[in-house]
Design a protein around this ligand. Structure first.
Ligand code: GAL
Length: 652
């Protein structure tokens, strides 16, 4: 791996004539590029006809990069099978839930379960490792591209065959399957394994437990396609990764199951150009990536210099935004600043996507900013490998995410991300860095654990949360958590079955609100989406509903349990209301945080360095922080200019 923080991005030289490729290397050096990802979409160039391999072109490019001291993250190109493959194996093209065969000419056009696709993938990996495994420029492997995006689940014949095997293995008996899926409802009992189909589109709701299992199965199929290649590539002794699309575009992969299978976690992040304060979502994506990396460093594999072509409007980044974005990822644990892509394509689907070299060439603001960012990144070597620690964790469980967003929930407004985003934003504005955790993880080290609408909660995970509180932890649970088990079956008794004991309450009935309806809490906070009838058992009420269907009943409660406290929020608060209430919970849990900074200043500590990122329009003065600003090389003056960044090495 490059020394220091890696800088560069996806490089697709196959789109350019030789003179441009030669210029590329010169410009990469000028910008301080030290790592590029190659080959991701180049299957047909590597294997122009079945079993005919051509790597001469790739040898030339890798050698050219090597002679310029630029390292290579070499991709396996399985995201886009060649036209010959699609013609020879038409049944390897994925099928959507609606039964539509995915067309060629795009990408992600092969099914991860298809035997011919698997065999071809393995052969490619073998060729690549044999040819480049010992090449000094190739420092790591990049398998496929963003598994599960855009198509997480495939409904083709190969998938259905693999699904039946997966079910046999999971349940062993049809009795167990029938019980878990609740097939007594709507007369869906299965008497033979081969009667079971994929939960394809139907004109009304399909069995939710079957859907949930299919989501698990689809995740495992992609994962096993990854593993197949990884195990071959690992023969080189070099690290293997694949790029996640963690919080953007892709909810179909359960990344807790993927993370242990990667040698280094890599994530792509694209800002939602339309969203105000989208740097908060960026921070969340980075915190999630770090959490998947077990708190250690990870790689930002892709982000954009400016406009993104697949959003409704290609909103350009404002002055300084690319720099703030890039450094915010590093602040939260990334050991790289990598982009999609090096040079803006002149043709093809992504020609309106920004790049490190725009269509305008090097006489452009983007290029000047890239060069200057490369210099900044070069100064951040002392940050590398530094760890970020957090006192607060938030539960993030993909299975619960999938389950909550199936059809026919008590309210169509219930969204996993809606609650996660609301809590995360409140914590971000409080300058609290967050780790994300699976509900079964070891959470004993945190002062506070937030559980935002974790609808599906296995009994064992609920017990884990309960033990945490018992031994002194603080838990904050939001409504509609702990409602069903892993089969989407309601936990027995009053809601929330899995958490009643630790919360010291039960919920008799849900009262979802109409679209624009709101409810008010004592103290004035306003809730949307949700109201419910809480019955106190041992918990005490801290706020009540003052209007709406549950007027006079508890809206916020606290329960002393063992050595800790479990709080429960029965309303969907947001913005300043949520922040104020969360502030009380943070105080009770003893979570330390700066009190005198504007909420536009991002403050994150990584190793010995404090990153100060000013997203506001006015300069901010920070007191009590001394050391060298790595970006200027001079002592930190205490001032962070509007839109500016300081990285203060407090050990200096
Ligand atoms: C990513 C993808 C890249 C490129 C990029 C554009 O999701 O991995 O190949 O398409 O989006 O934003």
């Amino acid at each position: 791996m490059p020394e220091g923080i890696a800088f560069g991005g996806d490089y697709n030289p196959e789109q350019w004539p030789l003179e441009v490729q030669e210029e590329d290397v010169r410009l990469m050096r000028q910008a301080g590029v030290n790592l590029v990802s190659l080959g991701i979409f180049a299957w047909v160039l590597m294997e122009p006809a079945e079993g005919v391999y051509e790597f001469g072109w790739l040898d030339t490019i890798i050698d050219r990069l090597h002679s310029a001291d630029i390292s290579v993250n070499l991709g396996t190109p399985t995201t886009v099978p060649p036209a010959w493959f699609s013609r020879k194996y038409p049944d390897a093209s994925p099928m959507t839930r609606e039964g539509v065969r995915v067309g060629a000419g795009a990408r992600e056009t092969a099914c991860s379960s298809h035997p011919a696709f698997r065999a071809a993938s393995a052969r490619l990996a073998e060729r690549l490792v044999a040819r480049y495994g010992e090449h000094p420029a190739v420092v790591m492997w990049h398998v496929h591209n963003e598994y599960g995006a855009p198509l997480g689940e495939c409904y083709c014949e190969s998938s259905v065959a693999a699904w039946r095997d997966w079910l046999r293995h999971r349940y062993e008996s049809l009795d167990a399957l029938n019980t878990s899926w609740g097939t007594a409802f709507w007369g869906q009992h299965y008497g033979e394994w081969d009667e079971i189909d994929a939960p394809r589109w139907s004109h009304t709701v399909v069995n939710p437990a079957q859907r949930l299992d299919y989501a698990r199965f689809a995740n495992e199929e992609h994962l096993s396609h990854y593993r197949l290649q990884r195990d071959i590539l690992r023969q080189s002794g070099k690290p293997v990764t694949t790029n996640f699309a963690g919080t953007v575009n892709c909810k179909s992969m359960d990344l807790w199951r993927w993370a242990p299978e990667l040698d280094v976690i890599a994530n792509d992040h694209y800002l939602n150009g339309e969203q105000p304060d989208n740097h908060i979502q960026l921070a969340m994506s980075a915190d999630l990536s770090r959490s998947l990396a077990g708190g250690g460093p990870w790689l930002l594999m892709e982000h954009s210099t400016s406009a993104i072509s697949w959003q409704p409007r290609g909103i350009a980044k404002r002055p300084g935004e690319m720099r703030r974005n890039s450094l915010a990822h590093v602040a939260r644990g990334s050991d790289s600043v990598l982009f999609f892509q090096w040079r803006a394509s002149r043709y093809g689907a992504e020609k309106w996507h920004s790049a490190m070299i725009p269509h305008a060439g090097t006489d452009s603001q983007i290029w000047r900013d890239v060069v200057s960012l490369g210099a900044d990144v070069g100064r951040l070597a002392p940050v590398k490998d530094g760890r970020v620690t957090s006192e607060v964790a938030m539960v993030w469980d993909w299975e619960s995410y999938w389950a909550l967003e199936l059809e026919w929930r008590p309210s169509g407004d219930l969204r996993f991300r809606e609650r996660v985003d609301a809590f995360y934003e409140a914590l971000w504005r409080e300058h609290v860095t967050v780790d994300f955790v699976h509900p079964s993880a070891d959470i004993s080290g945190y002062r506070l654990v937030v559980v935002p609408s974790s609808y599906l909660l296995a009994e064992s995970s609920a017990k884990n949360l309960q033990r945490y509180v018992e031994s002194g932890g603080h838990l904050l649970v939001s409504y509609f958590s702990g409602i069903v088990d892993e089969n989407d079956t309601v936990h027995a008794g009053a809601y929330p079955g899995a958490l009643r004991e630790v919360l010291g309450l039960s919920v008799e009935e849900f009262h979802p609100l109409r679209e624009l309806e709101t409810v008010t809490l004592t103290g004035g906070a306003t809730g949307r989406i949700w109201s419910e009838r809480v019955r106190l058992e041992r918990a005490v009420a801290m706020r009540h509903f003052t209007d709406g269907p549950d007027t006079g009943h508890p809206a916020l409660t606290a329960n002393a349990f063992g050595g800790g406290t479990a709080s429960y929020l029965a309303a969907a608060l947001g913005g300043d209301d949520l922040r104020a209430l969360l502030g009380e919970v943070l105080d009770r849990a003893g979570v330390s945080r700066p009190r005198d900074l504007p909420d536009t200043l991002e403050l994150v500590r990584r190793g010995a360095c404090a990153f100060l990122i000013n997203h506001g329009d006015a300069p901010v003065t920070v007191t009590g922080l001394t050391g060298t600003d790595l970006l200027t090389g001079a002592p930190f003056t205490g001032e962070v200019p509007a839109g500016g960044v300081a990285v203060v090495n407090e050990a200096s």
